[in-house]
Design a protein around this ligand. Structure first.
Ligand code: BGC
Length: 766
């Protein structure tokens, strides 16, 4: 039977119920209508199929799977083939486990270095994020498994992520925070798009018609289904109207009664429910059919090797004075506890239970070793003395350092950009003891490196997955030639970043005051010195660029390996726009390719140019007339474009870019004065912690929650902190969801907070 007919034959109540899941990971089956259930699980770095207990944050044990490098590292490969191999492998593991959709990739823009989930995202650049996302999706879906593109959109801070409002002007939204999704949607055609928790300009993404229908479906032609982030549904009726199809996790029937009532009273058109149910059903049918027809086989040993190859192709050599690297294995002393107990993935819903984990020491068993710091990142004089002695005992001291687990977790933004004091002290002390000091950094985001001038080499390993240690050793010893480039800028200090003074801390609603100027767009424009720029990365060989040829739609350049050994080169194409008609970044990434060349070998590389290589958003995509410069490596060429001169409007604040824009200027650009969402009166969307302040019952609920979290995870552990912060910042409706209460518990709690005691009792027992 056709999907439309199946849905037509279902009772309204069942259709509505079908649009929310059965439990944390499965859709609802309706055997009478011949509708099976399919399973979705995280995620971006490998499969997280939970065993037994279902929780949405990744703490219950999950089946073993391959933990691949984090998105933040694989973006540094700039290699679409490599990420496709990863997508295919994750899909194989999903199919083998009976999972129909992986909740990945996440393509959100790294607006600020402190976002707790930066390790899960590709880049500060929307072109790179969108293209890598599209390659991942295509590879997953070629295997018959669906991909869920997330978190749509403007979800670039974790602080109060379930209730915060991202306040942003239209041009910034289109050029930066939607372009990434646009590429991934149009080229990847993901089975689903996951809408983010937050609001955009006052409307929750899950009920944002402008986002989910006008832009996603009407502008971009998307024909898959929209699933909520886990717990992002606010108002079910509004969500249907906006084009939000499936509510996850399931189990609580949140808002379903209201939907039936609204349809009954003619306030909601049943057709919205039909459309959502049809979209979900066609995914369920395809997903089931793919699992039944395809023979999946996941060879975890091979995937381990692949995970290592991905880390090898992504690691970034940031500094290599006097060509200290590569070096002989026998010359190395290893320092840093992370060499023994690797830090290879972030925390939260993307956390994988790895099939096995390599360590640096297991590859260098003979090397002198000292831990240098404790698991929490602290050190002692004695540890430093031991580390310095160890460093002196060898020709080269390799320090493995970075960020401990607690620093990078879903739900928790970092409070600064610093590495732990113990790591910084260790590096300084060891560098004093041995002038040939190399630092291998294990962290999924940019960190301050005040010691950068004290050491000879810096190798960024990111969060390199379960096999990353092998990649690190092979790069140190020259078996692998590094070819990664930074996918985000590393400022000198956090304060240099455009949004530093108003990002996250203290402000629940996110004011995107820096506008277009996130990442390199800001540093370039403001002429600010950075520690490592976007695109930084060295090789053990050298490359030359020649014969740049620029046509109307096509660019070509010849790249030659002029050094002594085989190597990969990442080729970035930037377009520099004329700066005279509308305020805009100095240059923007509009193409990238990766080539691998033997010594002496050369290759011609091609790039496409289209309208979007030049356009700005000005009530539509418009190309400003003028002379554009195409830059590839050291080569550049001019290209004339005709077009319509856009109306720059009121762009006053952009002119003060060398400093940070005053809020009044941003308000002028925005066109209205936004207010932080008022805390009172309380509603079902109010944060639990706010209501707890004057509601005993909510305080008691939080008290029990804290006790349970402490018992299960241990007070102070990363999981404990994620769970607790998540509970405090969550809206009241999440309590009702988690309690699977079918009544009006959330509304009752809000009433109690508002001191409307009898009204609350009424809602509680309704
Ligand atoms: C995360 C999503 C994830 C989902 C399911 C949410 O908390 O934001 O990225 O896919 O949980 O685990």
């Amino acid at each position: 039977m056709k999907t439309t007919e199946v849905i037509k034959d279902m009772r309204l109540k069942d259709k509505v119920a079908f649009c929310s899941g059965r439990d944390s990971w499965n859709t609802k089956p309706f055997p009478d209508s011949d509708i099976p259930s399919v399973m979705m699980t995280d995620g971006p770095t490998g499969l997280r199929k939970q065993i037994g207990t279902n929780d949405a944050l990744g703490f219950a044990q999950s089946e073993t799977a391959t933990c691949f490098p984090a998105e933040s590292l694989i973006a540094c490969s700039f290699d679409k083939t490599l990420i496709s191999e990863m997508g295919a492998a994750i899909a194989e593991e999903a199919g083998t486990a009976g999972v129909s959709m992986v909740l990945a990739p996440g393509v959100n823009i790294k607006r600020n270095p402190l976002c707790g989930r930066n390790f899960e995202y590709f880049s500060e650049d929307p072109y790179l994020a969108g293209k890598m996302g599209a390659s991942f999706i295509t590879a997953v879906q070629k295997k018959g498994i669906g991909a869920s593109l997330k978190h749509f959109a403007c979800n670039s801070q974790e602080y109060y992520r379930l209730v915060s409002d991202s306040i942003i002007d239209e041009r910034t939204l289109r050029e930066l925070y939607l372009t990434n999704f646009e590429y991934a949607v149009k080229e990847g055609r993901p089975a689903s798009v996951m809408c983010a928790y937050n609001k955009i300009n006052g409307t929750y993404c899950s009920e944002n018609k402008y986002l989910l229908t006008d832009i996603l479906r009407d502008d971009w032609g998307y024909d898959g289904f929209v699933v909520t982030d886990w717990g992002a549904l606010n108002d079910r009726s509004k969500a249907f109207e906006a084009g939000c199809d499936l509510a996850m996790p399931g189990g609580s029937a949140w808002g379903e009664k209201d939907v039936l009532g609204n349809i009954d009273k003619g306030r909601l058109d049943e057709e919205y429910v039909n459309q959502s149910a049809e979209r979900i059903l066609s995914f369920v049918k395809n997903g089931r059919a793919a699992l039944e027809s395809a023979a999946f086989s996941a060879d975890l040993e091979m995937h381990h090797e692949l995970a290592r190859r991905i880390a090898e192709g992504s690691a970034v050599l940031l500094k290599n004075d006097e060509n200290i690297l590569p070096c002989k294995e026998t010359d190395i002393a290893v320092i840093g506890a992370m060499a023994q107990k690797p830090r290879f993935q972030g925390s939260g819903s993307s956390r994988v239970n790895p099939s096995k984990v390599d360590s640096v020491l297991s590859f260098l068993p003979e090397a002198p070793y000292a831990p240098g710091y404790d698991e929490d990142g602290s050190t002692t004089d004695e540890m430093l003395r031991l580390a310095s002695d160890t460093a002196r005992s060898a020709k080269i001291a390799v320090i493995v350092a970075g960020l401990p687990d607690i620093y990078e977790a879903e739900g928790l933004d970092r409070s600064d950009m610093k590495m732990p004091e113990g790591h910084n002290r260790l590096i300084t002390e060891v560098a004093k003891a041995n002038p040939n000091t190399v630092v291998a950094l294990c962290c999924g985001c940019a960190v301050e490196t005040p010691w950068a001038d004290e050491v000879k080499a810096i190798l960024y390993m990111g969060l390199s997955g379960q096999a990353g240690a092998g990649a690190l050793v092979k790069i140190l010893t020259g078996e692998i030639n590094p070819s990664g480039r930074l996918a985000e800028t590393w400022p000198m200090v956090y304060e240099d970043c455009a949004s530093a003074s108003f990002y996250s801390a203290g402000m629940r609603d996110a004011e995107y005051r820096e506008g277009l100027y996130a990442g390199y767009r800001y540093y370039d424009k403001a002429g600010k010195e950075v520690r490592f720029p976007f695109g930084a990365g060295l090789s053990y060989t050298s490359f030359s660029y020649e014969n740049l040829s620029v046509g109307k739609n096509r660019v070509s350049i010849t790249v030659k390996n002029t050094g002594a050994g085989f190597g990969g080169e990442t080729i970035l194409m930037f377009v520099e726009a004329p700066q005279d008609s509308i305020h805009r970044p100095v240059r923007e990434l509009k193409g990238f390719e990766k080539v691998f060349l033997e010594a002496g070998e050369s290759k011609e590389v091609f790039f496409e140019l289209d309208e979007r290589s030049f356009a700005v958003w000005n009530g539509g995509w418009k190309v400003c007339p003028g002379e554009y410069e195409i830059q590839i490596g050291p080569c550049s060429a001019k290209l004339k474009q005709s077009g319509e001169k856009p109306d720059p409007g009121d762009e006053g604040w952009y002119l003060s870019l060398d400093g940070i824009a005053p809020r009044e200027d941003w308000i002028r650009l925005l066109g209205y004065t936004p207010e932080q969402t008022p805390i009172r009166p309380f509603t079902v969307s109010s944060a639990v912690i706010d209501v707890a302040e004057n509601t005993l019952l909510v305080r008691i609920i939080l008290w029990f929650f804290e006790k349970a979290a402490a018992k299960i995870y241990g007070r102070g552990s990363v999981n404990y902190q994620i769970v607790l912060r998540g509970a405090e910042e969550a809206p009241l409706r999440r309590i009702q969801d988690i309690a699977k209460s079918k009544g009006q518990l959330a509304q009752a709690l809000a009433d109690f907070g508002n001191k409307k005691f009898f009204q609350g009792l009424g809602h509680l027992f309704r």
